[in-house]
Structure formats: C-alpha cells, structure tokens
Design a protein around this ligand. Structure first.
Ligand SMILES: [Zn+2]
Length: 303
C-alpha cells in the first residue's frame, strides 16, 4: 500500500511515493513549466505509477494558492502560477488514473505533515507558520485542517500588523509578511543599513559577525517583536496548544531562536508552546501523501 504526494510550487514540482508510515520510496522532480502545470502533474504521476512496486491507494496534491478542497479546484493561484486558477486538479487526476485524489494548499499540507510526523505530533490544536518569501500558515483545530469558505484560512501573512504601514502585494498596507518574511528582512536591510554593508542577507543579520552593529540589532529586535505580535494575534483567534515555525527564515534560526524566545517570554498572556518545524523541504509532499491516505481510511471506514 503506497501513496503519492506532489508539491506544486512556482519554480519546482516535487513528487514522491510514500509508504503508509511516511517513508519516501521514490522521488521525482522537475522545473515548473508555468504554462503546462497540469500536463506536468499528469506526466510525473505516470512516471511514479509506472515504476511503483506496490498498489497506489491515493494521490495528494499540495499547491501554492487557494484551493476549494471539496471540489479539488484551484480558486486563486499566486502570481507565480499564472493560468493555474480554475484548474479542476482532483477531477483530472481521478479521471486519468482512477485513483482517489485530494488537493489542498501547500501550507495546509505542510501543517498536516508536521502533525503526522514532525514537531506537532501528538497535538490536535496547532498552527504551523511558514516564514519564507511570504508568510503563510496551516491551521489544525480538533485534529482537522481548517480551510475556510474559499480555502483562505491561515493567510496570516495578510493580518494587518501596522495600519497604513508598508504596502503589500495583496493591495493592503501593513501586512504581517511585510515585517517578518525573508523578503521583508531584505527590504529592511536596504532601508536601514549603510550602502557599504547592504549586501547583507537576512541570514547574515543573525550571524555573530554583526552582533555589535547597532543598525543590525535594531532590525533584529523589530523582527522579534513583530513576530511576537503576529503570534499573539494568531493566539487570539485560534487559541492553539502549539505554534510551529518553519520556512527559509528558520533555516538560520540557530543564531536567533533563543533571542526570539526571550522576547516571547516577556510578552503577556502567551498560552501556547512554540517549536521549530522539523520536516523542512519535503513537508508539503509528505503532508499531501499522508492526507490522501487519511481520506482513503475515513472513506473506507464509513462504507
Ligand atoms: Zn498583504
């Protein structure tokens, strides 16, 4: 018994065949052809099925953008995936392969994977926040992924942190992701650090080399406080037992995590535990396979 998990991003499509316990049996990937995403999805799935040694019970697809989970349709793709909006991914996959398919947003799938195999294992109320190019989250309440009416639940990157603040690509001003994403840290470097030093990357900000630099320390302090503000807002709405933080910004967290925890400790009314994500790059793919497996299980048990 095996499950296919596919993660569709703006630059790459990663696809894996997984055992029921989450072991990766085979892996395929390719650069995303922006004009032909569905064809690529079908061809990468065909490759996996062709070489699979065991029965494939379900296919899970994690994708950037918003998804109508019931219908398996992309309702609002990101600008990184033009032409993807409106695609009936579930219907096309099931017609082509006669294998049940589930489709969900990549942050949701990654959150599901952290619950099944990673930092949130054993928790039933948790939020996984991803700090990458942008900021997203997957929300799990009472063991269920919450999607919202249009697949937009967990769009925490667009909570307003500072009304009238920095403009965001969503059309609003002062969104959370304009303060704590990797992109925001880059922007903060170019705004606040003298020209001779502004080739710094967000990772450099947290290195010991710049530990005594006042401008660098101001950026870091603001980042910690803004992150805490955002997490407090998430707590106010969701009341999770745990918040897991992942994404590219966390890859350099060995140099900032403890300082951030000190700021979080000083904040009032924090009732959640906090952990770093454990599953890194394969979380979307693994979560897609695991969620597909769960759907099959619950469908069989209700027959
Ligand atoms: Zn926004």
């Amino acid at each position: 018994m095996a499950f296919i998990g596919i993660d569709v991003g703006g630059t790459k499509i990663n696809a894996g065949l997984f055992s029921k316990s989450g072991e990766l049996i085979s892996f395929h990937n390719r650069q995303t052809n922006l004009h032909d995403v569905m064809d690529q999805l079908v061809s990468i799935t065909s490759e996996i099925i062709l070489e699979a040694q065991s029965d494939i019970c379900a296919i899970g697809v994690a994708t950037a953008g918003k998804v109508d989970v019931q219908k398996g349709v992309i309702t609002d793709a990101t600008p990184n995936l033009p032409n993807w909006t409106g695609t009936h991914v579930k219907g096309i996959m099931e017609d082509r392969f006669s294998i049940p398919a589930v489709v969900d947003n990549d942050a949701n799938m990654a959150a599901y994977a952290e619950g099944a195999f990673g930092a949130a294992k054993g928790f039933t109320n948790y939020v996984c926040v991803t700090l990458g190019t942008g900021v997203g989250a997957g929300v799990v309440v009472n063991g269920q992924l919450v999607t919202g009416s249009r697949g937009g639940c967990g769009e925490v990157g667009h909570m307003i942190l500072y009304p009238g603040g920095y403009p965001c690509n969503c059309g609003l001003h002062g969104c959370f992701e304009q303060y704590v994403s990797g992109t925001a840290l880059m922007a903060s470097i170019s705004r606040n650090i003298k020209l001779s030093k502004n080739k710094l990357t967000p990772k450099d900000l947290f290195s010991v080399t710049w530990a005594e630099d006042e401008a660098v320390n101001q950026i870091k302090e603001r980042f910690y406080h803004d992150l805490v503000f955002g997490l407090q807002n998430i707590q106010a709405v969701i009341d999770p037992e745990l918040i897991v933080i992942g994404g590219g910004v966390v890859d350099s967290s060995e140099n900032w995590w403890n300082d951030f925890l000190k700021v979080l400790d000083r904040a009032n009314n924090i009732h959640f535990q906090i952990k770093k994500a454990e599953l890194k790059n394969h979380a979307g793919m693994l979560g897609a396979a695991a969620l597909a497996g769960k759907h099959i299980e619950s469908r069989n048990s209700s027959l």
